[in-house]
Design a protein around this ligand. Sequence first.
Ligand code: ATP
Length: 287
Amino acid sequence: MDTVTLQANAKINLGLDVLRRRLDGYHEVKMIMQTVGISDRLTFARTEESGIFIRTDREDLPGDEHNLIWKAVRRMQETYGLCGGVRVRLEKKIPIAAGMAGGSADAAAAIHAVDALYGLGLGLEEKQAVGVKIGADVPYCLMGGTALSEGIGEVLTPLPAPPQASLVIAKPPLDVSTKFVYENLHADRLTDHPDIDGVAACIRSGDLRGMASRLSNVLETVTAKHYPVIEERKAFLRESGALAALMSGSGPTVFGIFEEEETAREAYDRLRKAAVLDQVFLTGFTA
Ligand code: ATP
């Protein structure tokens, strides 16, 4: 196989808890991961010339060793002793620095693509072993769908898809560094912890309203405190008929869950007019 084109889907968190900070600085998390219908498109090709050549349609993204795609391809080359090089074209749709794991999703796509281009025939676990060295969300992005994520993000339990719902997703015009948010989180001082097991149980029993009533993300204690726009967007979505609204990951992306597609579409139209600088999407859960 000479070229391969893949979609890399964004994720949201249907609940995010941080249990503690480990001595090595990593945080132990417990979160529900869910892929949504916002995706990057990546095309990979083998080249005779050795190296990793990345072209993107976004000027603000690095094309060099700072790109997570580069890191993923390099890991694969080193781990499996691959010869030649890889050329990558990235068409970016997932908001950047948004709490939607866009970079991790691209890295996961790169691992799948290199496996396919070189006919390695790796299993999911082997790919995840490479992925976790690039980022804690990469093992999840390699599988996608709905999952309970524990440990530093690498202990994954697949869940069934949640009941059908519509989503309005808004990324306000600010970039939030995940590192900044975790550094300013005092995990040992958190008094309210989300009911992640309850969310998982509602997903398993197909109870959308039960799931929505338990949505909670401890990282809001940092991001929403610094950026009032987070609570403003959540309130807007709730007032527009969302069952619930929550920040995804470390933010600033906020999503609202709607039972009716028509209500979601109206909310989407209203929000696009009210927040012209936001990136706004109308979408749903994906497998
Ligand atoms: P997470 O939800 O995993 O914290 P995020 O959505 O907050 O991720 P990303 O969009 O993945 O953040 O990217 C964060 C940083 O990583 C950006 O500053 C960006 O420059 C860098 N980066 C490197 N490679 C990529 C890539 N392929 N796509 C997006 N960002 C990338």
